[in-house]
Design a protein around this ligand. Sequence first.
Ligand SMILES: C[S@@+](CC[C@H](N)C(=O)[O-])C[C@H]1O[C@@H](n2cnc3c(N)ncnc32)[C@H](O)[C@@H]1O
Length: 241
Amino acid sequence: MVDDSIVDLAVIDPPYNLKKAEWDTFESDASFFDFTYSWIDSLIPKLKPNGSLYIFNTPYNCAFILNHLDSRGLFFQNWITWDKRDGMGGARRRFSNGQETILFFTNGPCHTFNYDDVRVPYQSTQRIEHAKTKGILKNGKRWFPNPNGRLCGEVWHFSSARHKNKVNGKVKKMGHATPKPLDLVERIIKASSNKGDLVLDCFVGTGTTALAAKKLGRRFICSDSSADYVMLARGRLAEYS
Ligand SMILES: C[S@@+](CC[C@H](N)C(=O)[O-])C[C@H]1O[C@@H](n2cnc3c(N)ncnc32)[C@H](O)[C@@H]1O
């Protein structure tokens, strides 16, 4: 049981209803959305007044989840597109899926956002090299690039854990159907929490959020309906000291 109004950041990677495992299989779309809206409604009171909430899902499901969060009075911040850099599925009657969505909402308008901690490299390296010494004239002022890179946008390129785990082009068994990449979760935690803050993940799987929080000096509360996954997550945490 988690007390109300104590969570600074919730990073939630729930079932998607893609039938990737038993826990990801629902009788119908209606039962999936009943389940989803029910855990969202239980989670919202746990957030601090300016706490942040990130939810992973398919773009299609996120369209409905966004509406639900909006109806609960949360503040929309971003629709993040995660380009998974993975082998695409073999779709023949539509474009192949290679992305997931991460919805970023906050419980209030004065939330933490450490944009300097999540800068990314500039794309046009030649132009930036030139600008480092001479600057670029913008609206009558000289602009110099930030040495730590540009502000992070809403399209994120991270190889999926599955893709990273390939050996000679073959996927190695990972002990879980859908682990998230650690570097992606670290970006969320760096941006939307500070050292010592409390991070919640109630679908922790292999423990990615817990591990990222531990590495970054955040406190965390995590759970999962599977005792086996909790053990897996604990094992991963124990390896990092
Ligand atoms: C998408 S996975 C999370 C993966 C995790 N982010 C990682 O990186 O390993 C979703 C997890 O939710 C758990 N789960 C499914 N239904 C649940 C429920 N009703 N309550 C708690 N956990 C549940 C599953 O066991 C699964 O590990």
